[in-house]
Design a protein around this ligand. Structure first.
Ligand code: NOJ
Ligand code: MG
Length: 578
């Protein structure tokens, strides 16, 4: 499969490179940096939305799906960017945000103007006759950005009630109205959007929160005390609609690659979304492994990550998708997550070791790895000190909600500081200049530690960037990485993530076996080594000075002692292939 040995690089266009001095990243800025992107050896670049948008959710509130936001550039710029990437064998992967649309999109405006055809594009429901606030809302669902998931449709009276007596559904910000996919015309429009970009040569797509499109009708309250997400997530219709979209658009290209962002999902559902014979999607993002530092499942809390739980989740998902013939997208970072280095590593004393260990853990796993811009140079969360430094609507809402709930402001700030999405959205740090080489003027979001962490320094002699390049190259060199089977190793060890990869039948390299050991601890730790790998070759390690090239001469004992945040991958190939 084309995407099994691929690696995807993710760019948040607003923060990659500003070419025109307005403090906001743009497409021409990305064009300037294509040689850097190509130097990584990646195959695809996923771009977060760059379409026209009022920007209430940084581009995920789209007002025109088939155009480029003037602040980001023009359609000609996009075509040039795609061609420039293409000259290096890299394909753009575009973000399709089809669960919801900006309330400034023509469709919503025409619905507001009373056109029935467009009212039918949305979930517009009357207030409940029986209810006093807040039970007058059509359901008790909560927006993922806080507050109720229903907003007044049209003008309101003095009490904030809609004069129309109606509300519309928004699972995210009130400016992001959910589209009603039950309507066949909405589904046809969604396919048209994908086909518009296919006509521009795009073959790869990322679908935003796509497991929310199959809501079960009639929309009903979540039973008191239960999680309302269950009511509108992973409904059976999601599979039908994805299959239909596949047939009507990207599925017509034999070389298409797709990834669905799956919110609060299950292994079973994701096997269904990705098993090739079902013709839905190529792979999925899930987020369970990035909730192991959520106390009682609550994001806005402070908690050290539960590493055994993290291991259990990575193992269960890998085994589950393998057993069902599905495929996973592998990632630690994206534009919605604080930097993994700050969460699971030691961004201070062991920045190199923990950045490279984390990379090893997912790049040698079964699935397709994604690298989020800046991760490859070990970028960290910004060193912000005030809520005013944050721009994101989610962070600001969370801060005020925590304070309103009685948390002292310092505590509320500490929580937001550790979990905010802006942690990942700070400008790419190209050099140690005042604006990090991102822009000539004050950027829209402030970088803080470019003096220590930047591309120029890494290229001149850093150790994280070359390590990433090696991992990316290894996936293409060794079928045991891209196609091999997965088995857990020492799952019960609380400190070390261990797994084996073995050649899959028909997958090249008969007899190849790979052992991957990743220590999540800042102290030495010991882990068992399988007998046949004790005399293995060292495929990659982040402690090269301490490891020989091979243990053939002096096999390891039954155990190996790992240094803080050490990553060690040993490989053997069967004697008859040597
Ligand atoms: C997921 C996106 O990754 C996130 O940034 C956005 O806020 C929501 N979907 C809503 O589109
Ligand atoms: Mg700009």
């Amino acid at each position: 499969m084309t995407f099994h040995d691929a690696v995807v690089y993710q760019i948040y266009p607003k923060s990659f490179r500003d070419s025109d001095g307005d403090g906001v990243g743009d497409l021409r800025g990305i064009i300037d940096k294509v040689p850097y992107i190509a130097s990584l050896g990646v195959d695809y670049v996923w771009f977060n939305p760059f379409y026209p948008s009022p920007g209430h959710d940084n581009g995920y509130d789209i007002s025109d799906y088939c155009a480029v936001d003037p602040a980001m550039g023009t359609m000609e710029d996009f075509d040039e960017l795609a061609a420039t990437l293409g000259a290096h064998g890299i394909s753009p992967m575009l973000d399709m945000v089809l669960n919801h649309v900006s309330t400034e999109h023509e469709w919503f405006r025409r619905a507001l103007a009373g056109e029935q055809r467009y009212r039918d594009y949305f979930y517009i429901r009357p207030a409940r006759a029986d209810g006093a606030a807040p039970t007058h809302l059509p359901t008790n669902w909560v927006s993922k950005f806080g507050g109720p998931a229903w907003a007044p449709f049209g003008p309101v009276d003095d009490d904030g009630r809609p004069l129309s007596g109606e509300y519309y559904l928004h699972l995210f910000d009130p400016t992001q109205a959910d589209l009603d996919w039950h309507n066949p015309e909405v589904r046809a429009r969604a396919a048209e959007v994908v086909n518009f970009w296919r006509a521009h040569g795009v073959r790869a797509f990322r679908f935003d929160v796509i497991n929310l499109i199959g809501k079960t009708e009639p929309l009903a309250d979540a039973p008191a005390g239960t999680d309302d997400r269950r009511v509108y997530t992973d409904g059976p219709l999601v599979h039908d609609y994805l299959h239909e979209l596949n047939r009507a658009s990207f599925g017509q290209d034999p070389d298409s690659v797709t990834v669905g962002e799956m919110s609060s999902t299950s292994i079973e559902a994701c096997v269904g979304y990705t098993a090739p014979e079902r013709q839905e999607l190529a792979m999925v993002f899930n987020f369970h492994h990035l909730k192991v530092d959520y106390e009682n499942g609550e994001k806005w809390t402070l908690m050290a990550p539960d590493i055994p739980e993290l291991k259990r989740l990575l193992n269960d998902w890998t085994l589950g998708l393998q057993a069902g013939g599905g495929w996973n997208a592998l990632f630690w970072n994206n534009h919605d997550q604080p930097r993994a280095l700050n969460r699971f590593g030691d961004a201070g004393r062991h920045r190199y070791e923990s950045a490279t260990m984390l990379a090893t853990a997912i790049h040698l796993l079964r699935g397709t790895p994604y690298v989020y811009m800046g991760e490859e140079i070990g970028m960290t969360d910004p060193l912000y000190t005030s809520i005013e430094d944050y721009v994101d609507v989610e962070a600001r809402n969370a801060f005020h909600a925590l304070v309103d709930a009685g948390r002292p402001p310092e505590e509320a700030f500490a929580i937001v500081h550790s979990k905010a999405r802006d942690n990942a959205r700070t400008p790419m740090q190209w050099d140690d200049g005042e604006h990090a080489g991102f822009s000539d003027v004050e950027p829209w979001l402030r970088p803080t530690n470019q003096a220590e962490i930047n591309v120029a320094a890494e290229e001149a002699g850093g150790r994280i960037l070359p390590y990433y390049k090696r991992l990316i190259a290894l996936r293409k060199e060794l079928p045991v990485i891209s196609e091999g089977l997965y088995e857990p190793w020492e799952l019960d060890d609380p400190d070390v993530l261990g797994y084996l990869r073995t050649h899959a039948p028909g997958g090249g390299e008969p007899g190849a076996r790979l052992l991957v050991l990743c220590s999540f601890r800042d102290h030495d730790t010991e882990v068992r080594v399988p007998a046949d790998l004790a005399a293995g070759r060292v495929l990659i390690t982040n402690y090269p000075d301490r490891r020989p090239e091979s243990y053939a001469e002096r096999p390891l004992g039954p155990t190996v002692r790992l240094a803080p945040y050490e990553a060690l991958a040993l490989i053997v190939t069967s004697p008859d292939t040597l």
